[in-house]
Write a protein that binds this ligand. Structure first.
Ligand code: SF4
Length: 415
């Protein structure tokens, strides 16, 4: 096999990393400026992705794998042992040099590094840690580092990852233990849980130590996250929402990422042939948001699912919940507590905060609320104000059709 140069390895290992959703943006249409297509920019490229830093800035990261070779054979993964893909491998030193040279050219502000498992989990983890260590200690690299860690590796190695990286992540991969056994038989749900628990403890110890001693080293200051693949097994949205909430509670995760399964070349016969609708991934992110910022309990989100445990694709989960539990409405915008206002479809956290501030000074009318929202039509059936009460709207059987904008075929030659 011909030796690959750095550019060749980068093409393979950046492409292989695109399946990791932890810092990817999905849902956009594909546009490319390569080849015959003229122009600049592309939504198809790989190698550099965007992520939000703990201070809220959007930063560019070099997103690559150390290697796409792997001794495991997870059915859903393009890098699995039995996959017929071209393999490549960077040395730790090559990743360090690549990161530094991209950083110096101002292409990136950090590194997102994952890897297939080579030789043993410990050996692979040592290599990942070595990249982060060398960047921090040999080159005083102050940029952002996100390391994927390997749950089967020695806990001490995983802990070292946290000493150098801003964020660490351990993928749970699938929402149910049965799904994991079937699609990733070499992985163990218990070992994944154990690694996450150890990480949580180390992060908490790190925080405590920093409170006592200012000179104590930082430990994974951006916390830990995980990723779940959606649509590769039979788990429904209810299962996924429940699993995500358990992960947040038990392991103090900063984020759970949902990645719609995408069919891979030479896929295993036990995988579905089609990818789930991207909208499913989007609805799961919205439900995640409801639990983290809107005070919804997981069982309430699950209550918004249909008989098959799936969230509706045509409306968001908050509206689905409101339509099912209409007895909660209308909510009086002048009197209702914050947690009830947050239940109103179409009212976001910012709008609710503004309502609470404004109503201290005067009674709010429907128009006042309209100025705070994108669509008053969506909000109107669920609120009351000094000049508005949705007398018949809330009980209408066809309420959904009045709120959800009709889908229109766009005109091909419209001006
Ligand atoms: S361990 Fe990771 S890289 Fe290896 S086959 Fe499984 S998912 Fe893919």
């Amino acid at each position: 096999m011909a030796q690959l140069d750095t550019r060749g390895k980068l093409a393979i290992l950046a492409d292989a990393a695109k399946y990791d959703a932890s810092c990817a943006s999905s849902g956009t249409s594909k546009r490319s400026s390569a080849g015959k297509e003229k122009g600049i920019g592309s939504t198809e490229g790989m190698g550099i992705c965007h992520a939000y830093a703990p201070d809220g800035r959007c930063i560019s990261l070099l997103k690559i794998l150390l290697t796409n070779s792997c001794i495991f054979d997870c059915h859903y993964c393009i890098n699995r042992k039995s996959s017929n893909v071209r393999r490549a491998r960077f040395s730790a030193e090559e990743v360090v040099n690549l990161t530094l040279s991209f950083y110096r050219r101002n292409y990136i502000e950090g590194l997102f590094l994952s890897s297939g498992i080579i030789n043993t989990p410990n050996y692979t983890m040592e290599q990942l840690v070595e990249v982060a260590r060398s960047l921090r200690e040999d080159h005083q690299f102050r940029g952002y580092i996100h390391l994927k860690t390997i749950p089967d590796a020695d806990p001490e190695l995983v802990r070292q990852a946290g000493l150098h990286a801003d964020r660490v992540s351990i993928n749970v991969e699938l929402p149910t233990v049965g799904g994991l056994k079937r699609l990733a038989p070499e992985k163990s749900a218990d070992r994944i849980d154990g690694a996450m628990r150890e990480m949580k403890t180390s992060i908490e110890d790190g925080h405590d130590a920093r409170k006592k001693y200012r000179a104590a080293p930082k430990f994974a200051p951006a916390g830990q996250s995980t990723q779940m693949i959606v649509g590769a097994d039979s788990a429904n949205d209810g299962d996924i929402v429940t699993k995500a909430s358990t992960l947040y509670d038990r392991f103090g995760l900063r984020r759970v990422y949902y990645s719609a399964f995408s069919p891979i070349p030479d896929a295993s016969a036990i995988l579905p042939l089609k990818r789930p609708p991207l909208m499913r991934e989007h609805r799961l992110y919205q439900s995640d948001w409801l639990m983290r910022f809107y005070g919804f309990q997981p069982k309430e989100v699950v209550a918004a699912t249909d008989a098959d445990g799936m969230l509706p694709l045509d409306i968001d989960p908050k509206l689905a919940w409101a339509l099912k539990f209409r007895e909660t409405f209308p909510v009086d915008v002048n009197l209702a507590p914050r947690e009830l206002l947050l239940r109103v479809p179409g009212l976001g956290v910012k709008a609710v905060n503004s309502i609470i501030v404004s109503r201290r000074w005067r009674a709010l009318r429907l128009d006042d609320v309209g100025r705070l929202t994108v669509s008053i039509a969506k909000v109107r059936p669920f609120i009351s104000a000094t000049d508005w009460r949705p007398v018949t709207l809330t009980d209408r059987a066809d309420l959904k059709t009045h709120i959800v904008p009709k889908k229109e075929q766009l005109e091909l030659f419209a001006a």
